[in-house]
Write a protein that binds this ligand. Structure first.
Ligand code: IPM
Ligand code: MG
Length: 360
């Protein structure tokens, strides 16, 4: 198969981890007879430096001609980087929001899985970690507070800021359907996380999701308030299979879920639209404090490349080969600094990439 991929390495550790994911993809290509054609594009701070904006329309247009986007990370240190002296709509993050919106990537999948080998890196009580967990956070990605009208102005002499949270039933239905479809391939449970005791938008999510649930009689469907969900994630994460939720709640809960896996450097993600097109990126950020030191964990990005093979190219066998290679290196005891126990030998970012590539 011929696979055309836009590669956006981005800022911080992005270039280091994406290089390793490309190494692993090329190993897959060699073994299974596929060609991965990469076109490198700029987004985030590096695009600001070159073009004066975080994502140009030309870059979006090129990305649209590809099958998928493989992304590293964007942004820098918000205290010290000159990028954060710019108005909000010119900062690196604005590029990320623009590409999500322009490509219609409404469904963000963030799997949180506790590798048995990394149980000791899990910050939860041993009795909780012992049981393991394997969940998929399905976060709505192109609506809600992130894309509502916002402004700051003086009202009766008082500075007032307004952000609006809007969802219509179609936006809810399309992601709910994706959530239930994915649950059917997993353990057949969907938990809708909302704040229906306060928010109108959440009450609409409940109404629409309940309707969708009727089409999936095999799936166990439940609702949970977001504050309780935050608590349950640290108390009993094994109870979750697919966690379906709106944009802002998903942003927060997916960081919490990633942390309990031991390291945010382990978590992949896929952002999908209604077609096979997808954007694949690690859930973690650009980690500017460790950028350029070759110590970042490339596994999240490598697993994101595996998601790309599965969701965009339907190459399930090849995706499994990557996932198994990751399991193997962990079983063999190789660790980057973020997942190493004190005294355990550590490998660098590029060594980890090579070890995984050798095992696909
Ligand atoms: C994420 C990030 C982004 C978000 C930021 C960088 C705008 O935190 O992908 O979770 O809030 O969506
Ligand atoms: Mg986030």
């Amino acid at each position: 198969m011929n696979c055309n991929i836009a590669v956006i390495k981005g800022d911080g550790i992005g270039p280091e981890v994406v290089t390793e994911a490309m190494k692993v993809l090329d190993a897959v290509g060699k073994k299974y007879g596929h060609t991965f054609n990469y076109e490198q594009l700029l987004m985030g701070g590096c695009s600001i430096d070159k073009y004066g904006e975080p994502l140009t329309d030309e870059t979006v247009a090129i990305a649209k001609t590809k099958d998928a986007v493989l992304l590293g990370s964007i942004g820098g240190n918000t205290q010290t980087s000159p990028w954060y002296k710019l108005p909000p709509n010119k900062r690196p993050e604005a590029g990320l929001l623009k590409i999500r919106k322009e490509l219609g990537l409404f469904a963000n999948l963030r799997p949180a899985y506790l590798y048995p080998e990394l149980k000791e890196a899990c910050p939860l009580k041993e009795s909780v970690a012992e049981r393991g967990f394997d969940m998929m956070i399905m976060r709505e990605l192109t609506g809600g507070l992130y894309f509502g009208d916002r402004y700051t102005k003086e009202v009766d002499g008082v500075m007032t800021a307004v952000d609006t949270l809007t969802y219509n039933e179609n936006e809810i239905r399309r992601i709910a359907v994706k959530g239930f479809d994915i649950a059917m391939k997993r353990r057949k449970k969907v938990t809708l996380v909302d704040k229906a005791n306060v928010l109108d938008s959440s009450r609409l999510w409940r109404k629409v999701t309940e309707e969708v649930a009727k089409d999936y009689p095999e799936v166990t469907y439940e609702t949970m308030l977001v504050d309780n969900a935050a608590m349950q994630l640290v108390k009993d994460p094994a109870q979750f299979d697919v966690m379906l939720t709106e944009n802002m709640f998903g942003d927060i809960l997916s960081d919490e879920a990633s942390m309990i896996t031991g390291s945010i450097g382990m978590l992949s993600s896929a952002s999908l639209n209604e077609t096979k097109f997808g954007l694949y990126e690690p859930s973690g950020g650009s980690a500017p404090d460790i950028a350029g030191q070759n110590i970042a964990n490339p596994i999240a990005t490598i697993l994101s490349a595996a998601m790309m093979l599965k969701f965009t190219f339907d190459l399930d066998k090849e995706a499994d080969a990557i996932e198994n290679a990751v399991k193997k290196v962990l079983e063999e005891g190789y660790r980057t600094i973020d997942i190493a126990k004190p005294g355990e030998p550590q490998v660098k970012c590029d060594e980890m990439g090579t070890l995984i590539a050798e095992r696909v």
